[in-house]
Design a protein around this ligand. Structure first.
Ligand code: ATP
Length: 390
């Protein structure tokens, strides 16, 4: 096992593309860290540099305190699991898993023991004599993982290992990966562009954009306290809603109505030297059908009225899309501001408000409905740089 430190690590490809910019990251011994971000943000390049499959252009990579920039992949004692399983088709599961141990010239008894132990952990024992062609996708991916764990490396690196599996299998394999990592306690770096995987798998999540780290933290912290518009828009599904807001006389003017600014927020805005024009962020689950909110127990909130566009029943709750008239006219402007400040996904922003309401809500498409919004959960962003001011 090992800790892994990236100290201002950068990657410039020969054609001049800068894929990774000065990344600082400390991964503790035994930690499970997820690298997540949109396509092309540099996740795989970062992982490949840790593995030794790509040269490091600048900075230092240390494993267990030792600089390994120039060490060959096979001498780093790190195992990699890819999206494509890369199993040998002519070999059985047992032979596939034994392969790295045979290369390491272990004797047959030791190989058998290690393969059987790994097969047990991954529930592959009944399949040891099958060929890959006769396995399901999930089973093949388990064999690929088995091949990585047999030699008990210092660390595992996984590059989108589940993305070739169908949705249901992916959920099952998520628990396999999670259990395996806990059981072995091996330092693991896992790349994905799937934010659900990022939220459910790791101890800490690293959110990347354009070769740079945006925020690092435990999943819940990133969800509750996104550092900027990009992280706020990237984590959470459906995405956080973004609306115009203007500070005026200690209140926040928005298309949903005037929102009182609490003392804390007023103080923070003053401290942050905030501009008068802001972007208001509200997560879909912080709305509720006003008829269903208990006056006595509810947190501080306001109510507004809006026309219902679409109702999607999810069983456990309802995704309800509302039109917000005042925002529609300014949608393009908001979209531009947010794109400049780096919000991840701004499609349709400013015209439709996405809310997650209780399944008991009787809301119907086409009607106008009163909606309650939790004022304790608002986020305010500076449109100039995307920074979260709350
Ligand atoms: P994805 O989720 O699509 O796999 P990623 O976040 O893993 O993306 P990388 O594969 O690390 O992204 O690529 C980062 C950037 O580096 C991209 O802009 C990509 O086009 C560029 N890149 C990758 N490999 C090379 C190369 N060999 N030469 C030049 N540019 C490259």
């Amino acid at each position: 096992m090992a800790d892994i430190v990236l100290d201002k690590v950068g990657k410039r490809f020969p054609d001049g593309t800068v894929a990774v910019r000065d990344i600082d990251l400390e991964i503790a011994d035994g930690e499970f860290v997820i690298l997540v971000g949109p396509s092309g943000c540099g996740k795989s390049t970062t992982l490949n540099m840790i593995a030794g499959l790509e040269d490091i252009s600048s900075g230092e990579l240390r494993v267990d305190g030792e600089r390994v920039n120039d060490r060959a992949p096979r001498d780093r004692d790190i195992a990699m699991v890819f999206q494509s399983y890369a199993l040998y088709p002519n070999m059985t599961v047992r032979e596939n898993m034994a392969f790295p141990l045979r290369l390491a010239k272990l004797d047959k008894a030791a190989i058998d023991e290690k393969v059987e132990e790994a097969a047990k952990v991954l529930e592959l024992t009944p399949l040891l004599d099958r060929k890959p062609a006769n396995l399901s996708g999930g089973q093949r991916q388990r064999v690929a993982m088995g091949r990585a764990i047999v030699r008990r490396p210092k660390a595992f690196l996984m590059d989108e290992p589940l993305s070739n599996l169908d949705a249901k299998l992916r959920v099952q394999m998520r628990t396999v990966v999670s259990r395996l990592q806990k059981q072995l306690g091996t330092t693991t770096v896992y790349v994905t562009h799937d934010q659900t995987e990022a939220m459910t798998l790791g101890d800490r999540v690293v959110i990347m954009r354009a070769g740079a780290v945006q925020q690092v933290g435990p999943p819940q912290e990133l969800y509750d306290h996104p550092i900027n518009l990009f992280v706020a828009g990237f984590i959470g599904s459906p995405s956080m809603n973004f609306l115009h807001a203007a500070v005026e006389d200690g209140r926040l003017r928005t298309a949903l109505g005037d929102l009182p600014l609490g003392q804390r927020l007023r103080r923070e805005l003053a401290a942050a030297d905030a501009p008068r024009e802001l972007i208001l962020g509200i997560r879909p689950e912080h709305f509720e059908d006003a008829d269903l909110v208990d006056e006595q127990t509810r947190p501080k909130g306001i109510e507004f009225e809006a026309p219902v566009d679409i109702v999607e029943s999810m069983g456990s709750d309802k995704y309800v899309y509302f039109s917000v008239e005042g925002e529609r006219a300014r949608a393009a402007e908001l979209e531009e501001l947010a794109a400049d400040a780096g919000a991840a996904d701004f499609a349709g922003a400013g015209s439709a408000l996405v809310t997650r309401l209780s399944a008991e809500s009787t809301v119907r498409e086409g009607e106008t409905r009163r909606v309650w919004v939790n004022l304790e959960k608002l986020h305010l962003f500076d449109p100039a740089n995307g920074r979260n001011l709350t």
